[in-house]
Design a protein around this ligand. Structure first.
Ligand code: DOR
Length: 437
């Protein structure tokens, strides 16, 4: 039996790989789960493909072929809240959203602050529809009091540390976390909201919170948190990543610190570049309750500016599943968080690309090579020898967000009913199709 030169060939697609500076119609060649080539159609290529049977070809005519998308901020809820999501269901949602890799947050029960729990998550993630990278906790049980055994966490494979959901309020502990992370060469990812200023707050402090009589989480809580940590990153030289940035002043502070050469990066979520706090008073939809909160139109514009000029490096979802029972209550009683992996691509296309803020290459960069470089993850590119993690996107597919179509176990999305354009058509993980629409 002769072995085939390629296992799968994706033909006719517009291949966009920002890492390679590539944006052309081309063939993507896959062999043994790896990228074997990205090539323009030539006589030599046609000859090389002559013996490949028809069923090994995927026709991507009118579609985009990009490196598998990476989401560096998801809550998979396992262990502890499997009714809301499991690692398996979260990975199925990821694949449907076009993500081939996700980074899961440590606010599980038990918390991911020890080797056993990391190992548990890694074991459960085997054979799922996406690669799962683990962020370990900065402090034990996310309590902000005592550092986790960071060396132990790194040696078992965590790619970053975070207390996501909580700000590391004690600056001495944060400083030491940065020093350790510098020694181990991993980033610290920070949920930057000062906890004293946010205490009990459920929405952005603004005209709207006053009108609605809701306890506020002010923008200055994010600004102060970011400024303090920029100062700590400056003196430690450590790699600091700001999670879900939402305010104009935080974006400005990060922009200036980057100009100074401080080792920081940042992400923004679709809900913060699409929504404003005006939405909340309409129906008190508890799916709009999220930390950090949805801000004003001015903040939203600043986040978009930050995405445009590169101040914000990544688009991440903060996919945070909660069950229907948990969200079926008054706005200020609901847990914070919304799911996001299955709507992300459509929101990016409809609200950033169609509006002329980003082109496809810029958007793909923020969901592939940028996160891969920051957290040292596999993939993020179609370079030869990379894992064959590939997302095929139908850029103009019009679709309506419907609760019944989510693959996530939870349906807590404020975007249900939205009409979007652009969606993943096919997701390939290590050369295998894990999702096909
Ligand atoms: O709204 C949020 N929900 N923000 C967080 O930081 C945590 C997340 C969760 O775990 O539900």
């Amino acid at each position: 039996m002769t072995t085939l030169k390629y296992d799968t060939v994706i033909k006719n697609g517009l291949v966009i790989d920002p890492a390679l500076g590539f944006g052309k119609k081309a063939y993507v060649l896959i062999k043994d789960g790896l990228i074997a080539g990205v090539e323009r159609e030539t006589a030599a290529l046609k000859k090389a493909l002559k013996n490949i049977p028809e069923d090994k070809f995927i026709d991507a005519e009118n579609l985009l072929v990009v490196p598998g998308l990476i989401d560096v901020h998801v809550h998979l809820r396992e262990p502890g809240r499997e009714y809301a999501e499991t690692i398996e269901s979260g990975c199925r949602a990821a694949a449907a959203g076009g993500f081939t890799s996700v980074c899961c947050m440590p606010n599980t029960n038990p918390c991911i602050d020890n080797q056993e729990t990391v190992k548990f998550v890694q074991d459960r993630a085997q054979n799922c529809d996406a690669r799962v990278y683990v962020f370990g906790a900065i402090t034990k049980n996310l309590e902000g009091k005592e550092l986790s055994e960071i060396g132990d966490l790194v040696s078992i494979g965590v790619v970053a540390i975070t207390d996501d959901g909580h700000y590391v309020q004690n600056p001495d502990i944060m400083r030491r976390a940065l020093q350790y992370s510098w020694m181990f060469n991993i980033p610290v990812a920070q949920h930057a909201e000062d906890e004293y200023l946010c205490a009990g707050g459920v929405m952005n402090e603004s005209f709207q919170s006053t009108r609605l009589g809701m306890k506020p989480r002010p923008a200055v809580a994010e600004e102060i948190a970011v400024l303090r940590d920029i100062a700590l990153a400056r003196i430690t030289g450590a790699r600091l990543h700001f999670q879900h940035i939402t305010t104009k002043r935080a974006v400005n502070a990060i922009r200036l610190a980057k100009k100074e050469g401080i080792n920081i990066t940042a992400e923004a979520t679709p809900h913060h570049f699409v929504l404003t706090d005006d939405e909340i008073g309409r129906e008190f939809n508890t799916n709009l309750r999220v930390n950090p909160p949805i801000r004003t139109a001015e903040d939203r514009e600043a986040v978009i500016e930050g995405l445009i000029d590169g101040t914000i490096d990544c688009i991440a979802t903060d996919h945070a599943p909660h069950s229907e029972e948990e969200k079926d209550c008054e706005f200020d009683q609901a847990p914070s968080g919304m799911i996001g992996m299955e709507t992300c691509l459509g929101l990016v296309k409809t609200y950033l690309i169609d509006k002329g803020y980003l082109n496809w290459a810029d958007a793909v960069r923020k969901m592939t090579i940028n996160p891969a470089r920051i957290f040292k993850l596999k993939g993020g590119t179609l370079a030869v020898g990379s894992p064959a993690d590939i997302t095929v996107i139908d850029p103009n597919r019009k679709w309506k967000v419907k609760a019944e179509n989510f693959r996530s176990k939870s349906k807590n999305s404020p975007f249900i009913g939205y009409q979007l354009s652009g969606q993943a058509a096919l997701t390939i993980l290590g050369g295998k199709v894990v999702f096909k629409r």
